[in-house]
Ligand binder design. Structure first.
Ligand SMILES: Cc1cc2nc3c(=O)[nH]c(=O)nc-3n(C[C@H](O)[C@H](O)[C@H](O)COP(=O)(O)OP(=O)(O)OC[C@H]3O[C@@H](n4cnc5c(N)ncnc54)[C@H](O)[C@@H]3O)c2cc1C
Length: 466
């Protein structure tokens, strides 16, 4: 017996799949079950390491026939731990790799197991890119299906906005290709509706010219300069071109040789900046405006895009609490909350408190293109809390929940689901607003029994007349 799956059933599952099926006593099981968030210490009964589309079909069929709770896993960065399931089956697509770039057509097709590090490496060889996450270790699959927010978004939209097609296996085990002309309702739902509709096996994206060297980097000030930096960012972004991506972040000064000793481990304010324009020179005046605030560390300059994408990779193996809220405008009251609460952030730690400007191409997508609501929100506040030991939970969770509660009266009520843990069904609805009902119809068409429920869940609409 392995969780809810007995030995005979495991043998059956193994017979159906080309890839490996790991159960608790197998070598590699512990590594395979580990997610980014160390708070998620879950033991699935079996992990199906799918080697191809037929394996995905076999795993889905097995999960359905045996009534086994099933989760879908790619990059493993679900902070809520939705990509695993206690005593159930994990459909692991990490072996679906491969990234094929067509530089002439400026398109790419990649397997659903690819991370942004692999994706960016392959596309940047041709001086091409599409919006990916702000770190390199997240999975292309989970991030894109949830929308996909990154440094290029004001110029090129969220990751999902550059999708040309998604290949996936539905709950009925049917492989489908969703694009603007094939299953267009499903394609629309996959622009932010997450893992609700099937197991994605491959993605196709449009690519855009970028770099490979861009103007980008970080600046750092002591924490008490935070208000100056965030107010300046608000001014700069008021009429900034779409090419400019920025964020202000409170963080602990990293113990790196380029950080002055008095800032190492102390509360700092950082600015991350990326200029996505064709000419690096055109971005310099924006960097210069922040430089006028005399940062103690200034790493902004020409650098490979792939290097910038790795620059703030967070360490795995820590405990995580994430949340987020939208603001229409970044008013003084929101800045007060950001500054006052961030100044009380536990340090030294891996915690970060971020404010990110949206706008540009993010705001221009219509409800016909994507189910995500409130993409015209001007700003996203995103505290993420990372710590090492369980006996520090109360202090860190207390800080995270405190800043989140203080943001609430000032926020729009909408949310970007990739930036939060499991905050319940009301938050899922608020992320989609009026598009929720249409999503529920699409869910009912492709997953009427809610087989794919380990996600920011969209409840299938009841059958007509039912
Ligand atoms: C350190 C860190 C940095 C992050 N930075 C960003 C960022 O800059 N921008 C941003 O938008 N988000 C960011 N996120 C959030 C991230 O996008 C989401 O957690 C996303 O779901 C992770 O995708 P994954 O494939 O790595 O995760 P997984 O944990 O493998 O999967 C998460 C969920 O995605 C779905 N899913 C995964 N693979 C498939 C598939 N093949 N088919 C169908 N559904 C699937 C499932 O519902 C699953 O529960 C970050 C998260 C972390 C931990």
């Amino acid at each position: 017996m392995s969780g809810t799956i007995d030995t005979t059933a495991v043998r059956d599952l193994r017979r159906r799949l080309r890839g490996r099926v790991l159960v608790p006593d197998d070598d590699g099981y512990d590594e395979a079950r580990t997610l980014f968030n160390a708070m998620v210490d879950v033991r699935p009964a079996a992990i199906a390491q799918c080697a191809g589309v037929e394996d995905v079909r076999g795993a889905i069929a097995f999960g359905r026939e045996t009534g086994t709770p099933t989760a879908v896993r790619s990059g493993g960065h679900s902070v809520a731990g939705m990509s695993t399931v206690a005593d159930g089956l994990v459909i692991d697509v990490r072996e679906l790799t491969g990234t094929e770039v067509d530089p002439d057509a400026r398109t790419v097709r990649c397997g659903a197991g690819v991370t942004w590090a692999e994706f960016d490496q392959a596309t940047q060889e041709h001086g091409l890119a599409t919006t990916g996450g702000r770190v390199s270790t997240t999975g292309v699959a989970g991030l894109t299906l949830g929308g996909g927010s990154g440094w290029l978004e004001r110029k090129h939209g969220l990751s999902c906005d550059s999708l040309r097609a998604v290949e996936l296996v539905t709950a009925a085990g049917e492989p489908v290709r969703a694009s603007a002309t094939e299953h267009p309702d499903l394609f629309w739902a996959l622009h932010g509706g997450g893992g609700n509709f099937g197991v994605a096996t491959a993605f196709e994206f449009d690519l855009h010219e970028l770099g490979p060297v861009v103007l980008a980097g970080l600046m750092l000030w002591p924490g008490e300069r935070g208000r100056d930096v965030v107010e300046l960012m608000r001014d700069v972004m008021t009429d900034a071109p779409d090419e400019l991506g920025t964020a202000v972040v409170y963080l602990s000064g990293p113990p790196e040789p380029f950080v002055p000793e008095h800032l190492q481990g102390a509360l700092c304010t950082g600015l991350a900046l990326l200029w996505a324009g064709a000419s690096i020179e055109d971005g310099e005046p924006y960097a210069a405006r922040f430089r006028a605030l005399d940062p103690e560390v200034d790493l902004v300059g020409p650098m490979p895009y792939v290097e910038f994408q790795r620059m703030i990779d967070d360490p795995p193996g820590l405990r995580n609490y994430w949340t987020a809220d939208y603001f229409r405008e970044l008013g003084d009251a929101a800045i007060d909350v950001f500054v006052e609460h961030s100044e009380r952030m536990p340090v030294p730690s891996a915690c970060q408190s971020l404010v990110i400007p949206w706008g540009g191409a993010v705001a221009r997508a219509s409800a016909e293109q994507t189910p995500m609501a409130q993409r015209d929100a001007g700003w996203v506040a995103h505290p993420f809390v990372l710590w090492e030991h369980a006996d520090d939970d109360a202090r860190h969770l207390g800080w995270g929940r405190g800043i989140s509660a203080a943001y609430k009266p000032l926020s729009t009520g909408g949310v970007y689901l990739n930036f939060i843990g499991d905050e319940g069904q009301d938050r899922v609805r608020s992320a989609f607003g009026p598009s929720y009902e249409r999503l529920a119809q699409v869910k009912a068409r492709y997953d009427p029994d809610n087989f794919f429920a380990r996600n920011q869940n969209i409840v299938p609409a009841p059958a007509a007349g039912g």
